[in-house]
Design a protein around this ligand. Structure first.
Ligand SMILES: C[S@@+](CC[C@H](N)C(=O)[O-])C[C@H]1O[C@@H](n2cnc3c(N)ncnc32)[C@H](O)[C@@H]1O
Length: 280
């Protein structure tokens, strides 16, 4: 049954095909990745019945080449600061193994690599053209994978990061459950995503988001629809206390949030409980 937090309804069927979930993008660290690969788990992971996944995949494939330029331009360069803030938080946990989910063109993974030089970072995304951009920027451990059916063993990572990605997934609940599954007990989840700022900033931000941004983005990328979608997806994505409640509902502990740049973006952290794992 679909729940209130699913972005669209969620199918009953739990089998079905997971066309991209177990496909590697070429990378020198194949042998390393295979340590956490678990194809059987992938085969029984939930697959959403709606078509949001393929639509989002096609949309990012269409803007992949100009995604970074549009990002930096439309955020006035603030996106560098947001990712840096996330990476500085991650650094204090000293994670050995990090999964950067929805890694896209790889900016967060690269910022994490600079902030956490001892960590192994794997970037996963279901859009191959976006991963190819990140590969050209120097990222090595890349996997084509759907966040709703991650091809990794349980408890494989110390930290899972997802920047501007969860909002785009067909089931927020399903994706968070997958994230919880692949995190080690005591491991951290870090989410960075857009939120709607409070008034008075909201009064300026909404016209910018709905009217200015799609037009500028259309000029840069040639894809206005993708940025109309961006504005709508930000409006419907839970933020602040609502996101913390969703994190709690999907099994995470100690959920906290910090609004950045007046609340245009929010940073969430949560933990996979050690307690629950030892009781299981
Ligand atoms: C807005 S981009 C964010 C990229 C990068 N994290 C950043 O900070 O710039 C969103 C990314 O999420 C990916 N994505 C959306 N839904 C996904 C899913 N179900 N599984 C894996 N990746 C997904 C898209 O392909 C896209 O590359």
């Amino acid at each position: 049954m679909a729940d209130a937090y699913d972005s669209e309804s969620y199918g009953e069927t739990r089998g079905g095909s997971t066309p991209l979930a177990s496909t590697f993008l070429i990378g020198p660290s194949r042998s390393h990745l295979s340590i956490v690969f678990d194809r059987q788990k992938t085969a029984i992971s939930p697959v959403p019945s709606n078509d949001k996944g393929p639509r989002v995949q096609a949309m990012f494939a269409g803007i992949a080449r100009r995604y970074d330029l549009a990002n930096h331009l439309l955020s006035g360069g603030l996106d560098f600061l947001w990712r840096r803030r996330a990476a500085m938080l991650a650094r204090q946990w000293k994670p050995e193994r990090i999964l950067d989910l929805a890694t896209g063109s790889g900016d967060l993974a690269l910022t994490l690599a600079a902030a956490c030089p001892g960590s192994t970072i794997i970037g996963a995304d279901f859009c191959l053209p976006m991963l190819q951009v990140s590969q050209r920027k120097g990222l090595r451990n890349l996997v084509v994978a759907d966040g709703l059916a991650l091809p990794f063993e349980d408890q494989a990572f110390d930290l899972l990061t997802v920047a501007f990605g969860l909002r785009n997934m067909a089931s927020w609940t399903g994706a968070l459950q997958e994230m919880h599954r692949v995190l080690k007990p005591g491991g951290h989840l870090l989410i960075l995503d857009f939120s709607v700022p409070p008034a008075p900033l909201r009064w300026i931000y909404r016209p910018y988001l709905h009217f200015v941004l799609p037009r500028v983005a259309a000029f840069v990328t040639g894809e206005k629809a993708a940025y109309d979608y961006l504005a709508d997806s930000i409006e419907t994505f839970p933020h602040g206390a609502a996101m913390c409640a969703l994190l709690k509902e999907t099994g995470f502990d100690a959920a906290q949030w910090k609004p950045l740049t007046g609340g245009i973006v929010s940073l969430y952290v949560a933990e996979r409980s050690i307690r629950a794992a030892s009781q299981a």
